[in-house]
Design a protein around this ligand. Structure first.
Ligand code: PEP
Ligand code: MN
Length: 363
């Protein structure tokens, strides 16, 4: 994943108060007054829900599908607002400056920027310009492609226009081998965002990662295990009748059961955890050994490069690489290590050796 060269950004950021996880839940799209009322009534009894998500303008991949009810949906949201418990508000996606103006006009309490918008710097700068001075929390979904810089850039554009209440929303990535997900979670990307922007709260959107109901529980728990601050879930009173994303929406009853079964995690360990502290010291020691070994390996590669240069040998020796790799993988298997993980590490080590040797040979 890219982002290697970005330095962490430290901001003075309002911290999120209260118990984790915060929950944003609601239908993929508002479809009728009745549907919205039913979802509002059901979700009002769940104290963890802080926002009711309502799709008002739907970005559709192909033309001809349901594109959301626009202003009509906002009108129903305004009418039904008195039914919401105090502290709970509606939230909707905005992609155009006109959306922002309408959402604010109808009293929408939270906005989010969709994945396809985050991916487009022109749209982002136009949209954030229209958000200048808007005083509501704003969620920024990751772009569909796993480039953390697009996510960071979109959040930076929000900061540039003075928006301070920003939350990142992890909705997974569109990659070739999606591992059975609709959008692969690639957890390392939101973890990298956490490293780069530690003050920005991160929510997970298990519905758009899963693309179906079954994996929603395990994705939600995985997000909590990683210290995410909240979850955004698609909830519909009758998912099979939904006009968008029918197979991934859950019912309010399923949401309630999900929230009851999730185990929240502490993100900071207490200093009193002695055994944890000792084990972390050992991990630090092992990591330092790994780095020393890598440095010795690079040193040897440099000496090998000199020999290759003198013998006019190509840097990349496919047969040697293939046999080395097979041997490492079989060692890894004996040590019960994950083969894919070890393969990835050795691919990186080898790529770096080739780069270092090329530098020497090209001198
Ligand atoms: C949505 O939240 O309904 C949506 C369109 O999601 P995304 O922008 O993540 O595709
Ligand atoms: Mn959806």
């Amino acid at each position: 994943m890219s982002g290697r060269t970005i330095k962490p950004v430290h901001l003075r950021y309002p911290t999120m108060q209260g118990i984790k996880p915060h929950i944003i839940a609601g239908p993929c799209s508002v479809e009728s007054r009745q549907q919205l009322k039913s979802v509002v009534t059901a979700l009002s009894s769940l104290p963890q829900v802080t926002f009711i998500r309502c799709g008002v303008w739907k970005p559709r991949t192909r033309p001809g599908g349901f594109e959301g009810l626009g202003e009509q949906a906002l009108l129903w949201m305004q009418e039904l607002k008195p039914l919401l418990p105090s502290g709970v508000g509606f939230a909707c996606e905005v992609a155009r400056p006109e959306h922002v103006a309408l959402a604010i006009k109808y009293g929408v309490a939270g906005l989010w920027i969709g994945a396809r918008t985050t991916a487009n710097p022109f749209m982002m700068s136009e949209l954030t310009e229209s958000l200048r001075g808007v005083n509501v929390p704003i969620g920024v979904k990751n772009a569909p492609n796993p480039d953390v810089r697009l996510w960071v850039g979109a959040i930076e554009r929000c900061h540039q226009v003075g928006l301070s209440h920003i939350t990142a929303i992890h909705r997974g990535f569109d990659i070739l081998n999606n591992g059975g997900y609709r959008n692969h979670p690639l957890w390392e990307v939101p973890m990298e965002l956490r490293r780069l922007m530690p003050e920005v709260p991160i929510f997970c959107d298990p519905s758009h990662i899963a693309g179906r109901v079954d994996p929603i529980h395990s994705i939600s728990q995985a997000a909590l295990d990683l210290g995410f601050d909240g979850l955004m879930l698609e909830v519909h009173p009758s998912p099979s009748d939904a006009l968008t994303d029918a197979i991934q929406q859950i019912t309010p009853t399923q949401l309630s059961a999900l929230l009851d079964s999730l185990v929240p995690r502490r993100t900071e360990s207490s200093v009193a955890d002695d055994s944890l502290r000792l084990m972390r010291q050992q991990i630090d020691e092992i990591d330092s050994q790994i780095l020393q070994l890598l440095a010795s390996r690079v040193e040897l590669c440099k000496q090998i490069a000199e020999i290759k240069a003198r013998g006019n040998l190509a840097v990349y020796q496919p047969k040697r690489w293939e046999s080395l790799l097979q041997q490492r993988l079989s060692n890894a298997q004996e040590l019960s290590l994950n083969i894919d993980f070890v393969k990835e590490i050795f691919d990186k080590i080898h790529a770096e050796s080739v780069r270092v040797q090329q530098e020497i040979i090209d001198k």
